[in-house]
Design a protein. Structure first.
Lengths: 228, 364
C-alpha cells in the first residue's frame, strides 16, 4: 500500500466517492475558515432597524451549514474507508507499526530537503503525506467537529442532542470562551495544512515521477517513467 | 422547653398567619402542584411536622459581596428568607452574637442536626502553608470547612470564589486558593457562581432546597439549571442587533448611543451562563449590558485569567506565549508560507532529477 510501487501500469486509486468527498470537503473547509474568521471579527452593517438586516445571522448560518457538511462528509468518508478499495483506508490508518513505513517517511523528508536524487513511486499516499494528512487533517478536522458541535450546543441549549453528545467538551477546555479560542486556533491549524497540502500536491504533480493532482480529478495514478 | 425543632407551621403561626389561612395555603399549593384534594392532608402534615432546615453560612477567603447581594433580595425579601423560611443558625456577618457565643451556635447546630443542615460557603479555603492565609476563630479556614462539611446534607458554594476560585485564585495564585468542590469531595456541592451571584438567584436556590427538601437540577458543572441553563446572550434584549450585524465599535460611536450589540467590544454574554438578562439586578432594574457595558463573564470559571474583558478574540496563554488565536495563527501561516516560497524557489533552480538521471542512464 504505502510501499514503493512496483507496477508500471496506471492504477485506479481514488474511487468516485473519495474524489467527490475530497472536493466537497475542500469547499466546506474554505467556507468554514472564511465564515469562522468573520464570526470572530464580524463586518458591521449600519443604518436602519435591526429588523432590516440579518448579516451576522447569515454568516453564522453559513458556518453551521458548512460544519454539518464537514461532519457528515467525514462520517461518509469513514464509511468508505471500510467498504472502498484498499487506498481508501490510508487516510485514517498510517502504518506506524511498520519499520519500512517509517523508513519511507525518512526518505520523503530527505526528498523534500533535496538530499536524495529522486522520489519513490507510491500508488497511494507516500508515508510522509499519510502521516501529515492524518496529523493535520484527520486529527484537526475531528477536533474542529467536536469543538464546533460543542459550541453549537450552547445555542441549541442544554438537553439538546449536541449538548448530550458534545457538551462535555466546554468545561473540559476551560469554559465557553476558551473553547471558542481553541476552535479559532484550530482554524489556523487547518489553514496551515491547506497551504502546505496545495503546495506539495502541485509540486509532486510536476517534480515527482507520478501523477498527483490529476489523480484526485480522474482517479488514475499514472507514471512518468517505467522504472520501479 | 420542648426539644422539638420549629416546623414551618410553627414559624408561620409566629408570623401571624391564622390556621385558616395556613390550610388555604396548603390547598392552593396542592392544586398548583396538580395533586388532587386528597393530598392537602399530606401537605398540612408535612408543614406541621417537618422541622426547618438549618443553614450554616461560613466565610472563607472572600470579599462579602455575596452577602451584600443576598441581603438585597427583593423576591423573596431577604428578611423573610432569613427570619421565616430558613433558619440561618450561623452566619458570622449577619448574626447578632459574636465570639465564643457564635462558635457555640455552630457547634450546637452541627451536633443537633447531624446530617440534615445545609452548609453555605462564601469564599474559598487557601491551601498553601497549611491554610495559614485564612484564619478564622484561631484555626485555618480549611479545617473549619472540612469540620462543618463532615455532617452536612449538602454544600452551597456561593459566588465565583467558592465555585471556581475567582480573583484570589488568579494566576499565579500564591495562597493556592481552591474552590470548595475540590476540597469537599464526599458531599453534593451546588455552585451558585457570579461575582456576586444575583440576589434573587441566591434566595431562590436556598428556598427551593428548603421547600422541596431536595437539590435543584444541576448541570454538568454543578450549577442549578434553572438559573445557569442559558447564556446571558440567549435572552439579551440586544440580541436582534447581534443577528443583524449591528455592532458597537467604539465606546463613543453612534452605535453605542443607539444601544447596538457589544459583541465586538468584548462582551462575554455569548460565553457566560447566568440569569442577568432575565432576572436582572437591584429589583430587576438593570444589568451590565443594559447600562452600556459588556458582560465580563464573572460567573464563568477563571474569568479573571481569560484575557481582556474588552477583546472578542481573547488572549490564549499557551506554549508560554500570550497571544490570541489570530496572531498565533497568522504567524504560523506566514512562516509556513515563507518556507514554501523558499522551497519552491530552490525546487525551481534544480534540474529535474528524474529526467537528467534517466538520460544519464540511457547514455551509459
Amino acid at each position: 500500500m504505502s510501499h514503493p510501487a512496483l507496477t508500471q501500469t496506471p492504477v485506479y486509486v481514488y474511487e468516485k466517492p473519495v474524489r467527490l468527498w475530497h472536493w466537497i470537503n475542500a469547499l466546506a473547509l474554505v467556507v468554514l475558515a472564511v465564515s469562522g474568521y468573520l464570526i470572530g471579527s464580524p463586518p458591521v452593517v449600519t443604518g436602519g432597524e435591526a429588523s432590516d438586516h440579518y448579516l451576522f445571522g447569515y454568516i453564522r448560518f453559513t458556518h453551521f451549514s458548512a460544519g454539518y457538511v464537514l461532519a457528515i462528509g467525514m462520517a461518509g468518508r469513514a464509511y468508505w474507508a471500510m467498504v472502498g478499495n484498499q487506498y481508501a483506508r490510508q487516510l485514517f490508518a498510517p502504518e506506524v507499526n511498520q519499520r519500512a513505513w517509517w523508513e519511507g517517511v525518512w526518505h520523503e523528508i530527505l526528498w523534500y530537503l533535496f538530499l536524495v536524487p529522486e522520489a519513490r513511486k507510491h500508488v497511494g499516499h507516500n508515508p510522509l503525506a499519510g502521516l501529515a494528512i492524518f496529523l493535520f487533517f484527520v486529527v484537526g478536522a475531528l477536533f474542529m467537529i467536536v469543538t464546533g458541535f460543542a459550541l453549537y450546543s450552547e445555542g441549541l441549549g442544554s438537553g439538546s442532542w449536541a449538548d448530550l453528545a458534545f457538551g462535555w467538551v466546554v468545561p473540559l477546555l476551560g469554559g465557553s470562551q476558551a473553547t471558542h479560542s481553541w476552535h479559532h486556533l484550530g482554524m489556523w491549524y487547518l489553514v496551515v495544512f491547506m497551504i502546505t497540502h496545495i503546495y506539495i500536491v502541485l509540486r509532486e504533480q510536476f517534480v515527482s515521477r507520478q501523477s498527483m493532482t490529476s489523480t484526485m480529478i480522474d482517479g488514475w495514478r499514472t507514471w512518468k517513467d517505467d522504472r520501479p | 422547653m420542648s426539644e422539638r425543632p420549629d416546623s414551618f407551621y410553627d414559624v408561620m403561626r409566629r408570623q401571624g398567619i391564622s390556621r385558616r389561612s395556613f390550610l388555604k395555603y396548603c390547598s392552593l399549593t396542592a392544586s398548583s402542584l396538580a395533586l388532587g384534594p386528597q393530598f392537602v392532608g399530606n401537605i398540612v402534615n408535612a408543614m406541621e411536622t417537618k422541622p426547618r432546615t438549618p443553614v450554616l453560612w461560613l466565610h472563607g477567603l472572600e470579599c462579602t459581596c455575596c452577602s451584600e447581594s443576598f441581603i438585597r433580595s427583593a423576591h423573596p425579601l431577604a428578611k423573610d428568607v432569613v427570619l421565616s423560611m430558613l433558619s440561618l443558625d450561623y452566619d458570622d456577618t449577619l448574626m447578632a452574637s459574636a465570639g465564643f457565643q457564635a462558635e457555640e451556635v455552630m457547634e450546637e447546630t452541627i451536633r443537633k442536626y447531624k446530617g440534615r443542615y445545609i452548609l453555605a460557603v462564601e469564599g474559598n479555603p487557601p491551601l498553601n502553608e497549611d491554610g495559614m492565609y485564612c484564619i478564622i476563630g484561631g484555626k485555618p479556614f480549611v479545617e473549619r470547612l472540612r469540620y462543618a462539611a463532615k455532617d452536612c446534607a449538602a454544600v452551597i458554594a456561593w459566588g465565583s470564589c467558592a465555585s471556581w476560585g475567582c480573583v484570589q485564585a488568579a494566576k499565579p495564585n500564591p495562597t493556592q486558593a481552591t474552590p470548595v468542590h475540590k476540597v469537599i469531595l464526599d458531599k453534593p456541592v451546588i455552585k451558585v457562581p457570579g461575582c456576586p451571584p444575583i440576589a434573587e438567584v441566591m434566595t431562590a436556590v436556598i428556598t427551593y432546597m428548603l421547600t422541596f427538601d431536595k437539590l435543584p437540577d444541576l448541570d454538568r458543572q454543578g450549577r442549578p439549571k434553572m438559573f445557569y441553563g442559558q447564556r446571558i446572550h440567549d435572552k439579551c434584549y440586544r440580541r436582534p442587533h447581534f443577528d443583524a450585524g449591528q455592532f458597537v465599535e467604539h465606546w463613543d460611536d453612534e452605535a453605542a448611543r443607539k444601544g447596538y450589540c457589544l459583541y465586538k467590544m468584548g462582551c462575554k454574554g455569548p460565553t457566560t451562563y447566568n440569569a442577568c438578562s432575565t432576572v436582572k439586578w437591584n429589583e430587576g432594574t438593570s444589568f451590565p449590558i443594559q447600562s452600556g457595558h459588556g458582560c465580563i463573564g464573572c460567573s464563568e470559571e477563571d474569568f479573571w485569567d481569560k484575557g481582556s474583558f474588552y477583546d472578542r478574540v481573547t488572549q490564549l496563554n499557551v506554549f508560554g506565549v500570550e497571544a490570541n488565536a489570530d496572531t498565533l495563527g497568522l504567524a504560523a501561516a506566514g512562516a509556513v508560507g515563507l518556507g514554501i516560497a523558499a522551497h519552491a524557489a530552490v525546487s525551481s533552480t534544480r534540474p529535474k532529477h528524474t529526467e537528467t538521471q534517466s538520460k544519464e542512464k540511457e547514455n551509459v
